[in-house]
Design a protein around this ligand. Sequence first.
Ligand SMILES: Cc1cc2nc3c(=O)[nH]c(=O)nc-3n(C[C@H](O)[C@H](O)[C@H](O)COP(=O)(O)O)c2cc1C
Length: 185
Amino acid sequence: MQKGTTSYLRSHNEKMNFFDLIATRHSVRAYEDKKLQDDMVDKILSAANKAPSAKNLQSYRIFVVQKKEDKKKLVTATHDQDFIEDASIVLIFCADLISAKEAGVRGLELYCIQDATIACTYSQLAVHALGLSSVWVGSFDEEMVRRLFSIDRNFKPVSMLVVGFPDEEPEKRSRKSLNEISQRI
Ligand SMILES: Cc1cc2nc3c(=O)[nH]c(=O)nc-3n(C[C@H](O)[C@H](O)[C@H](O)COP(=O)(O)O)c2cc1C
C-alpha cells in the first residue's frame, strides 16, 4: 500500500470490459475526506437493484450512512476500523426477514442472506466501474449497528460496503489456484 501518489486514481469514463473490471478491483482502506454526489450514490444503488434474488423478492434493505458523526460511530461498531470515518458513504446491507418469509424456511435462513450479499457484490463492482474504491466490511458488532441506526428485528445487518475516493495504492492480494477452489466432477 502506498500513500501520497495519485497514479491509482482512475476516471469513470475509462471503460473496462468485465474481466478487466474484476481483475483490477482491490480493497482500499484509506480514503480522502470527500462527499459523493447523489447521482453516483444512485448508480451504486441501481446496480444493487439489478442483482438476482430468490423469487425476485429482493429480501434486503440498504441503509446509506452519509453523515460524518454516523461514520465515526461505525468506527466503534466495526472494532476500530478507523478508515471508515473518511469514506464518503457506508452502505449497510441487511437481510429483510419479513419479505424473506414468502420463500419459507429456506428464504428466512438462507436466501435473504444471499440476496443481501449479492446486492453488496453488485454494488462493489459498480463502485469500481465508477472509478471509486471500496472495501467490504464484515467484522462488526451487529447489535451495536442496530442500536445506532434504530434498525429493527425485521432486518439483519449482513455486510457493509465502505465507499469513497482512494487515498492509497491498494495492495494486490493473491488468490488460490483454480484447482484449489474448484473440482471438475
Ligand atoms: C465477508 C467479508 C468480510 C470482510 N470483512 C472485512 C473487514 O471487516 N475489514 C476489512 O478491512 N476487510 C474486510 N474484507 C475485505 C477482504 O479482506 C478482502 O476482500 C480480501 O482480503 C481480498 O482482497 P481484495 O478485496 O483487495 O481482493 C471482507 C471481505 C469479505 C468478502
